[in-house]
Structure formats: C-alpha cells, structure tokens
Design a protein around this ligand. Structure first.
Ligand code: B12
Length: 489
C-alpha cells in the first residue's frame, strides 16, 4: 500500500502571531513520522507532506498528493487545526476521489465517532497509538478480497479504528490498552522530512536546524487547562528506555548531522534517574548537540540541572500559568510559586536559558490577578523568555466543562472566523480571545496579552539577557516578528 500522511497547514489560525509561531515553534510532525516508520516496517510505502512547513497552498498540496498516487491518505489534527484538516481533505477528495482517508490525532481521539457520522470526507478515524493501527489498516486494505471475510470484519479486529459498516453505521472498535513498551516502536522516519525547514533560534548559536524527539508520552498530572488525560492513555505516562532514546539521538546527530534537539515530552524530568542516565549516555556516546525541553520547578534539582547543562541542555521551559497563588492553586497543577521560582533560579545558575509560559483569562481571573501575574514574571530575575497565552478551553479539558457552566466567571464568547478555514477561530490563543472572565472582556484580554509581551521584553534586563544569548541578528529578526504580531501586521 502507498500511504500518504499529511500535516495540514495551520499557521493561519494564529492570525498576526503567525510570524512568531513560524519562526519559533514549527515542529516536524513527529506522530506522522512514527506512523510512517511503522508502515515501512510492515512493508508498505509511506509518504509524508508537511503542508505547514512547506507553506503549501491547497492546490499545491493536491498536486503533490496526486504525484504520490496514494492508496490511502492519513491526516493528523488537534481540535484547533481540525478545520484546516477538513479543508485539505475536501481539496484532496476532488483531486483523488477514489482514495480513502483516515483522520487521527487529538481531535479524532476525542470525537472520532462524531467526525465519521458527520463527515463523508473521512472513511476512518483513529484512537490510541497510531503505529499499530495504521499498519494494520494498510494490511487489511491491501489483503485480496476474500468473500468469506468481507472487509468490515477484517477492520473489526483493528483496535482503536472507527469506520462505517456496509450499512453506513459508524462502528467503534475500542483502542487497545496503551502499550508501555514504547521501545518496540520503530524510530520516526525522519528521512521523509526536509530537515532544513525546521529551524529555530538556539541560545548562543543563532538559527539552527532542529529535530524533535519524545522520550516519554503522557503526563501524570491533571491540570484543568490540558486535554492529555482525556486521551485514551489517560494519565498513564509511558517512558522509553535511556538506551533507546540514545540510539535515536545517534541517528539524529551522527546520522543526519542535526545538532539541536527539542524534546517535546509533556515533562522531561518526571524520572530524574532516567535523565541522569540519559545525560551520562550522551557523554559516553560522544554525542555533541544542544537540546531543550519542558519541565516543572518541583521536578528539578540544582544537581540535575547542572548535569543536564553539561550534557548540552541550553533552554528549559517551565509552565508558570499564574502569578496569583490563589488561582494557581485552582489549576490542579500541584505546584507553588516558590517551587517555580526555585526551579527557574537553579536553571539560570546552571547556565540554562529559561522560558516560562503563563495563561491569562483563567477561571476566577480578574484585572487584578492578571496584574499580579505580570508583576510576578517581570520580577523574576531568572526568567529570560516568556509566552503569554490567552485561555482557550480546548475540547477534552476540565476548563472547557467549567466554561460551559460559567464556573469561576468564565464564559465562552464565540469569535467570528477570520477566513474560510478558520472554523477553529474560537480556539486561537494569540491575538484573539474566545472567553470573557469576570471583569475581563475578550478585547481586554487581547490588549493585556500585548501589554504583557511589551512590558516583559522591553525591560532592560530582558533585552540584555536575550541579546547576550541570541546575538544582534536573531534578536533583531525575532523582535521584528514579535512586533509584527503585536501590532497585527
Ligand atoms: C509536543 C506538543 C506540541 C508541540 C509539537 C506538536 C507537533 N506538531 O509535533 C507544539 C509545542 C508545537 C504544540 C503545538 C500545539 N499544540 Co500541542 N501538544 C504537544 C503534546 C505535549 C505532545 C504531542 C505529541 O507529540 N505526542 C506524541 C506523538 C507521537 O503522538 P500524538 O501526536 O499523540 O499522535 C499519536 C496518536 O494521536 C495517533 N495519531 C496522530 N495523528 C494521526 C494521524 C493518523 C492518520 C493516525 C492513524 C493516527 C494518528 O498516532 C500518534 C502516534 O501514536 C500534547 C499533549 C499530549 N500528551 O498529547 C499537546 C497537545 C496535543 N497540544 C495541544 C494544542 C492545543 C496545541 C496547539 C493547538 C496550541 C496552540 N493553540 O498553539 C498547537 C497546535 C499546533 C499543531 N498543529 O501542531 C493540545 C490539544 C488539545 C485539543 N483538544 O486539541 C494538547 C493535547 C495539550 C493540551 N493543552 O491539552 N504541541
């Protein structure tokens, strides 16, 4: 089977913040790379198009898809970019009307059955890990028709698959229990990517080609703004062995010559011993590269951070969320401002560039609590970079249910679509707000987001810190992107 996997273009959902997103956050579609590897291992031929990284129009995407001549097309989408996946699927249905299509990713995990019931563009939806599923589906579709085993019964053995039976009824096969043996999966098929498209500013190095990797999947916490625990694996966190991760790093660094890796784990330091092991292995295997990731203040120690720094860690991001202790306590994050502050300080002392992210518009938020958050981040000597998000009640999150009930004063205010594929308009988190909270209107939240960015980055300390690690050139270019985002150009 020739299976074409597609990451639809999505950056338009960020409005004017698209400049910033594309410069700083563009990631290879790792889930599709994993699935391509599984297909290749099963003897199928996989193709991958990242329409976002390649900035492909729908027509250009259709031409590329036709040239590949697929037998099956797979799309990935979060809830936020589902509208973009739909637009791509619609265009490709015109170009390749006979080719069946499957959709996977967060949105299909949450609403796979509803998608199939409503949307004839998709023939299948996927829940749970995509690696075994896509290989089994390709096998099933490739198998010669056997009258004693009609196709729906072949599909019925594929865990996690949602499909329409011969009568058009949606059939849901429950996902298998999430495997803990992530080492069994083939490493992502990076040979299908154009590495040069994924570039980001790396502290003290300028703009560098960046690979992404995940050493674990999932997160044991249940923060109210995150959808992770609504996914089939729930709060189960699955870890790859250090040796398996190191093998993949050898492929990236020695095999592909990529010298910066962004680890996309929900939290990189959940198991400290494994992180020490990983750092030792990086030295032992002579892997020379820089890296970055996400952690929590209460899951790091000065010793761990110094070890990670020596092994090449250059930037660590911490979720701060709110500078208001009472609001922070309601997020079910299980972390205090003092812990966050200590983690940031230790990271900075170890020579690591620090990044934090906050959310404004949380339940119980008021103008006064937003001010407290801004005061907190602006007062943190050890915080170099910040990301200020406006709360978006993503499907699958507790905060989405709270918003429906108006809990904590949050109300959903639908925003008009910005363009024809912007049906996810109400889910943007930059430059537009879909919620009102107590005395904060959506307009006020947007204004506060901009004020927050300006105030943080225009402080002499922030300017100097970022100039020191990024250099004039990158600082100027990123500064222009930030300004264009803030003034809405
Ligand atoms: C790393 C990460 C990112 C990274 C990288 C994303 C990337 N393109 O690789 C960055 C920081 C860029 C990011 C951005 C965003 N993210 Co994000 N992200 C994550 C995180 C922590 C891990 C995702 C991941 O890489 N998992 C590992 C890979 C291997 O697996 P996977 O993606 O889950 O896919 C598996 C299955 O779903 C399935 N599958 C996936 N696609 C397909 C397709 C087919 C055809 C099939 C058969 C199967 C299949 O198989 C895969 C492998 O087993 C998750 C939280 C989580 N625990 O899932 C949030 C999460 C997915 N992100 C989320 C959101 C909202 C976003 C943003 C929209 C935020 C924003 N407004 O800017 C953007 C979306 C940009 C985009 N389109 O990629 C939400 C989604 C909630 C929702 N209901 O939509 C999550 C769940 C976190 C949360 N806050 O709740 N994200």
């Amino acid at each position: 089977m020739r299976v074409l996997l597609i990451q639809p273009g999505f950056v338009e959902i960020y409005g004017s913040f698209r400049h910033l997103y594309k410069r700083g956050f563009l990631n290879p579609p790792l889930s599709l790379c994993y699935m391509a590897a599984a297909l290749e291992r099963a003897g199928h031929h996989a193709g991958l198009i990242d329409a976002e990284a390649e900035t492909l129009s729908l027509d250009a995407l259709a031409l590329r898809a036709q040239a590949f001549a697929p037998d099956l097309i797979g799309y990935t989408a979060t809830s936020v970019d589902y509208a973009q996946a739909l637009a791509a699927a619609r265009r490709l249905k015109q170009a390749l009307p006979e080719v069946p299509a499957i959709i996977g990713g967060v949105h299909a995990n949450l609403y796979g059955a509803e998608i199939l019931a409503e949307e004839p563009l998709f023939d299948y939806a996927a829940r749970g890990d995509g690696e075994p599923l896509i290989a089994a589906l390709a096998d099933a579709l490739a198998a010669p028709a056997d009258p004693s085993a009609p196709w729906p019964s072949r599909l019925a053995s594929i865990a996690g698959l949602i499909f329409r039976d011969a009568a058009g009824n949606v059939t849901v096969i429950p996902p298998a229990p999430a495997t803990r043996h992530l080492d069994d999966y083939a490493h992502p098929a990076r040979h299908l990517l154009n590495d040069a498209l994924y570039v980001r500013a790396v502290p003290r190095r300028g703009r560098v080609v960046t690979a992404t990797s995940m050493t674990s999947r999932g997160c044991p916490y249940g923060c109210i703004y995150c959808a992770t625990d609504a996914l089939p694996a729930g709060r189960l966190t699955r870890f790859r062995s250090a040796a398996n991760v190191l093998d993949e790093l050898e492929e990236i660094v020695k095999g592909r010559g990529i010298t910066h890796v962004a680890f996309n784990d929900d939290c990189l330091t959940l198991k400290k011993e494994r992180m020490f092991e990983l750092c030792d292995g990086i030295h032992a295997r002579g892997l020379r590269f820089t890296w970055e990731g996400l952690s929590r203040g209460d899951l790091v120690s000065p010793e761990l951070l110094r070890t990670m720094r020596r092994a090449g860690l250059v930037r660590l991001s911490f979720g701060i969320e709110s500078g208001d202790p009472a609001i922070l306590a309601t997020l079910n994050k299980g972390e205090t401002l003092a812990e966050i502050e200590a983690g940031l300080r230790w990271a900075k002392e170890a020579g690591i560039v620090t990044r934090g992210s906050v959310i404004i518009g949380l339940p119980h938020e008021t103008r006064a609590s937003v001010r407290r958050t801004f005061r907190f981040i602006n007062g943190l000597k050890s915080l170099d970079q910040v990301n200020i998000n406006i709360l978006q009640p993503y499907p699958g999150t507790k905060v989405a249910r709270m918003t429906e009930r108006g809990e904590g004063g949050v109300r959903l205010i639908p925003t008009p679509a910005r363009n024809p594929v912007d049906a996810g308009g109400q889910l943007r988190r930059f430059g537009s707000a879909s919620v009102a909270v107590n005395d904060l209107t959506p307009k006020r939240l947007v204004k506060l987001q901009k004020i927050g960015f300006f105030r943080f980055y225009l402080r002499p300390r922030a300017l100097w810190n970022n100039l020191k690690v990024a250099g004039w050139r990158v600082c100027f270019q990123d500064g222009v992107a930030l300004l264009r985002s803030l003034v809405g150009a």
